[in-house]
Write a protein that binds this ligand. Structure first.
Ligand SMILES: [Zn+2]
Length: 449
């Protein structure tokens, strides 16, 4: 499971440290907001009941019979796990709905940029979450997934689906999603809770069922649900491991509890499940490592992103110095000036994109000499990673759509995730905000009208 702290330390240790920091940050935030948010003095959320933001004027629940969508993310679920693992409930949804041969992520194939592309229909260069870690001179802060600044709305461009729905009078709910804690000009999901990866999966499902149990006029039409387990295990044990199959089967049970609960509420004729992942996973190895110090004095640069996508800002010297130092050095590291990143990656225009971008070849890790020495001292093995070129098959994620408006038993070719916002807006009868996606790209998902 997600907290499987393996005996063999892996790349994930860094993520676990990050998690601890996230938890500490949330505990602080919650403690400071005790009372107002209804949390206990320890800073832990005690009640399974979600936070409620009173809906704005005109925001109501659904009319009787209106469509409902549950958007579920299984973070880091590579497309092939669906056929490799014992996941009868997910396969049943695919059988009564549509699956794609893969969901193609945006570059970089990382968690925050892709979750946000899925709900906005925008490439990262247009929505501004250009990586999990970024700097912005205008904001003057460093963005990381775990930092409080990640909740500052100045980082988040575009319009996520829950804001689109709220603005058009529908209630929404979020059982976690990157961006769901951000106020968009005062607009948030009707129901949401601060991210806490220790919040048990079963309680996440029960919270969603709780929202669906609300009276018709308060019930949300758009709900997100997020699980991190597969990504964590993919990092620690690798995508080909038996642990992946075990974790996939565990998550499948949670999907089953959700589907059964929706059945018990007699909402199946209205509910549309859209099950996605943000990216896939590739096996990495300590025998495939690029050490940046071999080519560059790393003290002269700000390594905002390290592996396998490398984002570099100069501290001293110029971006051109960095580019010239790294260009054509290691055969498994391709280096670009921001303006020269291939057009297919849509990663040129946003000022938060670092001036020098490196992309490691599949399965390669980019690091510094110091970090490599630490790994060697700790005997660290590398499991899996993502962040590579989204055109690689190993980076493709999961897409299943099941519900009354969707076709039954269809398999469609790999689909870019930026097209899902338009698709979801159509299901819910919403006018989409401007975005990079095209509705016709998901024509194969819908029953013909
Ligand atoms: Zn990950």
């Amino acid at each position: 499971m997600k907290k499987a702290s393996t005996a063999t330390p892996t790349l994930k240790t860094r993520t676990n440290k990050r998690r601890s920091f996230v938890r500490a940050a949330y505990a602080l935030l919650l403690a400071s907001a005790t009372g107002a948010l209804g949390v206990c003095a320890s800073g832990r959320v005690q009640s399974p009941e979600p936070k409620v933001q009173s809906p704005g004027p005109g925001v109501q629940g659904l009319g009787s019979g209106a469509p409902i969508m549950i958007l579920i993310s299984l973070d880091g679920w590579r497309w092939d796990y669906l056929d490799r693992a014992q996941v009868p409930r997910l396969r049943a949804l695919a059988t009564r709905g549509v699956r794609s041969e893969g969901l193609i992520p945006t570059f970089p194939t990382k968690t925050f940029p892709n979750h946000y592309s899925i709900v906005t229909g925008l490439y990262p260069e247009h929505h501004g979450i250009v990586s999990n870690n970024m700097i912005d001179a205008a904001i003057g802060e460093r963005f990381s997934m775990s930092a409080p600044t990640a909740k500052d709305e100045r980082w988040w461009g575009g319009e996520p689906m829950w804001v689109t729905a709220q603005k058009q009078g529908q209630a929404t709910a979020s059982m976690f999603w990157p961006g769901s804690e951000v106020s968009f000009g005062g607009v948030r999901p009707t129901f949401w809770r601060p991210f806490d990866d220790d919040f048990p999966n079963r309680q996440r499902v029960q919270a969603v069922l709780g929202w669906l149990r609300l009276p018709e006029l308060q019930r949300p039409s758009f709900i997100t649900l997020y699980f991190s387990d597969i990504d964590s295990v993919g990092h620690s044990a690798g995508p080909e491991s038996s642990e992946i199959l075990v974790t996939a089967a565990e998550l499948d049970k949670e999907i089953g509890v959700l589907v059964d609960g929706v059945n018990d509420l007699a909402l199946t004729p209205r509910v549309h499940y859209v099950i996605v992942s943000d990216h896939g996973m590739s096996q990495v190895s300590t025998s495939r490592v690029v050490v940046l110090d071999d080519y560059l004095d790393t003290r002269t640069v700000d390594l905002i992103d390290l592996s396998p996508g490398v984002g570099i800002w100069p501290r001293t010297g110029t971006a051109e110095d960095i580019y010239m130092a790294l260009k054509d050095t290691h055969p498994s590291l391709t280096v670009y000036r921001r303006a020269d990143v291939p057009a297919e990656l849509h990663y040129n225009t946003h000022p938060r994109i670092p001036p020098v971008i490196g992309i490691a070849a599949e399965g390669w890790t980019v690091t510094t000499r110091r970090q490599l020495q630490e790994w060697q001292e700790n005997g660290r093995q590398l499991g899996g990673n993502h962040g590579y070129d989204p055109r690689l098959r190993s980076m493709h994620g999961l897409f299943i759509a099941a519900g009354p408006q969707f076709r039954q038993g269809a398999t469609i070719p790999p689909l870019e995730n930026i097209h899902l916002y338009e698709m979801m807006a159509r299901v819910l009868g919403l006018k989409p905000a401007p975005n990079d996606g095209r509705l016709e790209m998901t024509a194969g998902v819908f029953k013909s009208r």
